[in-house]
Structures are given as C-alpha cells and as structure tokens.
Design a protein around this ligand. Structure first.
Ligand SMILES: Cc1ncc(COP(=O)(O)O)c(C=O)c1O
Length: 406
C-alpha cells in the first residue's frame, strides 16, 4: 500500500521560484487564446527564421555534409579547431587580437553566457545588468543565487546607460558588468564615448565585462564594432552566435571569446572546465561556424536593409498612435514603446488585453525588468512591412479604445 507521503506532489527546488522567462512564459497564455479559436500573430520572439528569413544555403550545405561525412560523434568540449580558429580570425579582422585557444564554441550564446556567469559568480555576488535587460542574465543568476543589480538605461537619451546610476550600484561584491550592445529589447547602439566609459568603470572596479554582441552584424548603418576594439587589454568576454546574423537560431551554435589579457586566464580555465561537464555543443552545426565566418555574407546586407525598413515603418506608425511613444531603434529587430497607461493598470494588463482582444502577442516591459506601471512593451518587428502596417493599425485601434476605458 502506498503511504500518504507517496501521494504528495514532489516539491521542486526553491531556485525555480526565482527564475522567470517572460518571452516564453507568455506563450502559454497565447495557446489558451488560440484554443478559443483566435489566430495569434507572434510579435514576441526574435526568430528571423520563423518570420520567413532564410538560413544561407551554404551553411545548410555545410551542416548536412558534416552529417553525411559522419561527423556525428562527440567533439572536443571547447569546440572543433576549425570553428575556434575561424572565430578568432574574424575577431582579428575586426580589430580584436585573440587566439583560437581563447574561443569556446557553445550551445548558442545562451549556454556560453551561463558558463561565464557560473565561472565568475559565487552565491551572493552581484552582476550589473542593464535595465531593461534581456532576461537570460537574470535567469542565469537566479539559478546560482547571484544578485542582478539593474543599471538604468534612459529612453530620453536613446536608451543609453545612466553611468552615474551604474557607478552608484558597485559594491565590493560586484563581479561583472553586462553590456548588451546592440541592445535587446531597446534596439540601442552605444556611441564610442559611452563604450569607453563602460570599459573605464569596469577597469576601475576590477569587473569583467560580459559583452553581448549577438546583434553586432545587424546595425542599420552597418556592422557595429566589437567592444574589444577600444581596448585590447580590457577584461571583456564577448559572446555571439549563428542565431541572428546567420539566421540559424535553432542550431544552437554560438561562441565566447575571452580577451587576451592574462587577468582572464583563470576564468578561461574555469569556463573550459565547466564546458567539459556538458561534453560538447551540437556537432554538425559547429562545421557551419567556419563557413559563416569565411563564406558569403551577402545575406547580411539584405537583412540589414530589410530590418532598417521595418524599423522605420515601426517607429513612424507607433509614434502616430495617441498614447504610444517609441525611441527609434538603430539595430536588430526590437522596439520598446511606452504606453501612457491609466493609473492602476500594468504593462501586463495591457499586453494580455491586446492578446485576448486582437490575437497580437507582445511581451510586457516588466518581463525585461521594467516597473509594471511604466507601461513598456517589447515588439519584434520581423514581419513583412505590409503585415507590420496592418498589425500597427490594429494595435492603434486597440490602444485608442483601451486608454478610454476606466
Ligand atoms: C541580447 C541577446 N543575447 C543572447 C541571446 C541568446 O541567443 P542565442 O543563445 O541563440 O545565441 C539573445 C536571443 O534572443 C539575445 O537577444
């Protein structure tokens, strides 16, 4: 006979309560709305392939050839030499001198960032994270009881970091500074003076910079320079991947590049040790890294053009809606408009009402750390411009109506 204890639900670890990922969590509500018969228009997740952009054929060919050629076994934990060398050569061509042994190939940049945070942060240690932030950082910290300290970025100054606020958050327990440039969810690109100041602050306080450069190829005016070009000795760990700029997010293939300063050698050793624990990142896809770095990149030219056009439609149409204001993005495919909510309403109330009444799915700003009453929401503008126009028409009609409700 089972005891009464055997009938009890199995408890989960308390860290799960600290963990949240609004970008994906909100999809559960969308499924419920869909089950009631409404068509959902997904403006919540930054997947260019889902929006119809095509993975470059030479990359697909390289991966399928790798599979056919039998490259289906485990690989070295840090990645295949060809991929590591190609990433190092790419960074060198862009002005960051780093050798292949400082490159790790990871399961998307997500895993690499998780590995770096695990290598750096003890329980109770603090990491400076931009506000709003891409939630990967706070989620990774939640799992290991690290503390995220949010530094403000300012919508009245093109979403640039508030450096005084950032400085005021530094304590003896601060270990790292996350810089997401170009930025998700704001679309900001930081000018050299801001980047220089961020490096100086990190140097002054002995912080490691986690430079998230996953959108670096997607500046509307061309490639955004790597942060490391400003200072080869700065303690920067840069991350990027095939997901966005090479249109293959499902391949889960990314890289971490640890700057060539001996100060970071122990961290590099620790990251490699942690990487051993998960054996290797997906094998056949690693072969696409060298093909991506060395092969045809013309898709990026057309992608940048397509994104710039969509950004313009987005900014014009959103700013024409009474009660909505947005800062024009300068890279990537995100915008974070502010809705002038009536008192007592939250960003999530707005996003859920929009979803239930129109089927349009966006993510509330509080999913990126913003205060709920500030009324921000993130829109992914990857759809065709004609479709975007009609979506913004619907968002406008909904917003006019919503803001009149008491
Ligand atoms: C700023 C930022 N960093 C990292 C990632 C993770 O990308 P991946 O793990 O696919 O490389 C994303 C994905 O949207 C992102 O927006």
């Amino acid at each position: 006979m089972p005891t009464s204890k055997a009938m009890m639900p199995i408890p989960v670890a308390s860290r799960v309560n600290r963990f949240s990922y609004a970008i994906r969590n909100i999809v559960a509500e969308a499924r419920a709305v869909e089950a009631r018969g409404m068509r959902i228009r997904y403006m919540n997740i930054g997947d260019p392939v889902a929006a119809g952009f095509k993975t470059p054929p030479h990359l697909i060919e390289t991966v399928t050839r790798a599979m056919r050629d039998g490259h289906n076994g485990y690989l070295a934990s840090a990645g295949i030499p060809e991929a590591r060398e190609a990433v190092a050569a790419d960074y060198q061509n862009r002005g960051v001198h780093v050798s292949a042994d400082r490159v790790l190939i990871t399961t998307g940049s997500s895993e690499g960032i998780d590995i770096a945070i695990n290598a750096l942060v003890n329980e109770g240690d603090e990491v400076l994270v931009p506000l709003p932030t891409y939630p990967l950082y706070t989620a990774a910290l939640a799992k290991i009881a690290g503390e995220a300290r949010y530094y403000r970025t300012d919508p009245d100054r093109d979403w640039l970091p508030d450096l005084d606020h950032l400085r005021s958050l530094i304590t003896p327990r601060t270990r790292a500074l996350v810089v997401i440039d170009p930025n998700n969810p704001t679309g900001a690109v930081y000018p050299p003076a801001t980047r220089r100041a961020l490096i100086d602050i990190a140097e002054e306080h002995g912080l490691v910079i986690l430079a998230d450069e996953v959108y670096g190829e997607l500046g509307f005016e061309g490639r955004v320079p790597l942060l490391g070009t400003l200072d080869p000795n700065a303690p920067i760990i840069s991350s990027s991947s095939l997901s966005k700029a090479y249109l293959a997010p499902g391949w889960r293939t990314g890289w971490m590049v640890v700057a060539a300063t001996p100060r970071l050698d122990p961290v590099l050793v620790a990251m490699k040790k942690l990487a051993d624990g998960r054996l290797c990142s997906p094998g056949p896809m690693q072969y696409a890294v060298a093909a991506a770095m060395n092969g045809d990149r013309s898709h990026q030219v057309s992608l940048r053009r397509a994104l710039a056009e969509r950004a313009q439609v987005t900014t014009e149409m959103l700013n024409a809606i009474p009660g909505i204001h947005c800062v024009a993005p300068r890279a990537a495919f995100y915008v974070l408009p502010k809705i002038a909510l009536p008192p007592g309403r939250t960003d999530e109330d707005f996003v859920l009402a929009l979803l239930r009444e129109t089927g349009i799915l966006c993510v509330h700003g509080s999913g990126f750390g913003m205060a709920p009453e500030q009324g921000f929401m993130r829109i992914v503008f990857l759809a065709e411009p004609s479709e975007l126009r009609s979506l913004y028409g619907e968002i406008g009609a909904f917003t006019r109506d919503y803001l009149q409700r008491t």
